[in-house]
Unconditional design. Structure first.
Length: 101
């Protein structure tokens, strides 16, 4: 799993039948800032993720990538490789809060 920030959405009116009705988000993975280890910073990449839980732009979310993205009840029949698994409230690293919603 990875932490990612929702930075946008994707609208696709023509798609395979199994993807009809699926909410698509643009997510940007984050990592712990390596020098100070007191904040999160972007990795500079973006992914398109299916969102079965209702995240919104600006939310920090947990994502799963690869074949494990299809291991949820909501996504087991979808042709995807990235899914939002949760909306993050807080992140603590070494007793320091690096993110607080």
């Amino acid at each position: 799993m990875f932490l990612a920030k929702v930075v946008g959405s994707v609208v696709s009116t023509h798609k395979v039948q199994s993807m009809v009705g699926q909410k698509l988000l643009v997510v940007e993975p984050y990592r712990l800032e390596s020098a100070s280890r007191d904040s999160l910073t972007t990795t500079g990449r973006t992914f398109i993720s299916v969102d079965p839980i209702g995240a919104g732009e600006g939310d920090l979310v947990l994502i799963s990538q690869g074949s494990s993205a299809r291991f949820t009840e909501e996504t087991k029949t979808l042709p995807i490789d990235c899914v939002v698994l949760g909306i993050v409230d807080k992140v603590h690293v070494e007793k320091l809060c690096v993110y607080n919603r």
